[in-house]
Design a protein around this ligand. Structure first.
Ligand SMILES: Cc1cc2nc3c(=O)[nH]c(=O)nc-3n(C[C@H](O)[C@H](O)[C@H](O)COP(=O)(O)O)c2cc1C
Length: 300
């Protein structure tokens, strides 16, 4: 879904008059008429879901109490989910973990100076810096696999060590790596090129509702969740943990960004449909959960 389609649906479903929809969603009359003709089923679905959507938060918190849990898929010996996804594509090696120069900034300093940074300099990140960010947020320091259980252990905590998050990097300015959308393999510590087109970069910018920092960042880290990895063990309560896990990863991205003389901004305002589509994921078995823009600080 692009911003125009979203804009039409958003304002139409809220009962705006046609002129207001044209203005707010920045539509031409032709675009408006096209949407009027083609989006009536989507609008009907929005209407139908709205009563449920209006109270889903309270229902979610109530119905994911332990008291309602049935026996988990894990305890019923359902096939274990894999710990990591496999994405095919051209591989890009990253500086090995033990070899990267870790920045000298203290933890106290990193925490003290952390702010959401939304303006970046034109400076590219080095491969060492990228490697460091991924080490801090997503790298698997251990991998254990047998028939009954497969886990990774990382530099962030995760409920039951399920680590349901996958990491994608929308690279715009990193020395030695061509711009494009990459998947990060947390065990092999390498990138897999998914799409190097300009159109993909635009889709991600649009998907994040044209927030300026997405377009000016040196890179954007897009985190997705594979819920069944956690749900297999915790049932529906596992959905709570996905968001907690994402918070830990986000904080390490923020602190690691400070440590490399840069900064980051965590982003929760994105269009689910557009971002899931950008990564080629279905939005159910895997969905985008959090985004972070990262770049160097401006000198002024
Ligand atoms: C879950 C979450 C979602 C956020 N989403 C956005 C966003 O979409 N756009 C944005 O500009 N900032 C976003 N932020 C950044 C907050 O606006 C920011 O953390 C807050 O204003 C406090 O400022 P500080 O981080 O500089 O202390 C988000 C932060 C969090 C934790």
């Amino acid at each position: 879904m692009d911003m125009k389609t979203f804009g039409y649906l958003y304002y139409k479903a809220r009962g705006y008059e046609p002129e207001a929809i044209l203005r707010e969603a920045e539509l031409s009359e032709e675009e408006y008429n096209f949407f009027e003709k083609n989006l009536s089923t989507v609008l009907a679905e929005i209407e139908e879901c709205r009563p449920q959507a209006e109270k889903i938060g309270t229902d979610f918190v109530r119905l994911t109490r332990y008291i309602y849990e049935r026996e988990s898929d894990q305890s019923m010996n359902f096939t274990r989910p894999d710990a990591v996804k496999v994405r095919a594509g051209e591989l890009v090696a990253l500086p090995a973990i033990g070899k990267i120069e870790m920045p000298g900034i203290t933890l106290q300093k990193a925490i003290e100076q952390r702010r959401s940074l939304r303006k970046y300099s034109d400076q590219a990140l080095s491969m060492d810096e990228l490697s460091f960010l991924l080490w801090a947020s997503s790298w698997a320091r251990d991998f254990r696999s047998n028939e009954r259980m497969e886990i990774t252990l990382r530099n962030v905590p995760s409920a039951g060590a399920r680590h349901p998050l996958e990491t994608y990097v929308d690279i715009r300015r990193v020395e030695g790596i061509k711009p494009g959308l990459y998947y990060y393999h947390p065990i092999k510590h390498c990138l897999v090129l998914l799409d190097a087109s300009e159109a993909k970069a635009i889709q991600i910018f649009e998907g994040c509702m044209r927030q300026e920092m997405i377009g000016t960042a040196a890179l954007n880290i897009i985190l997705s969740a594979v819920p069944y990895r956690t749900v297999w063990r915790y049932g529906q309560r596992g959905y709570r943990y996905l968001y907690m896990d994402a918070g830990h990863v986000g904080q390490n991205i923020q602190l690691a960004s400070e440590a490399i003389g840069g900064g980051s901004c965590m982003i929760g305002a994105y269009l689910d449909e557009a971002m899931n589509d950008a990564l080629g994921i279905d939005g159910v078995e895997e969905f985008v959960i959090y985004v972070a823009s990262v770049g160097k600080k401006c000198s002024d």
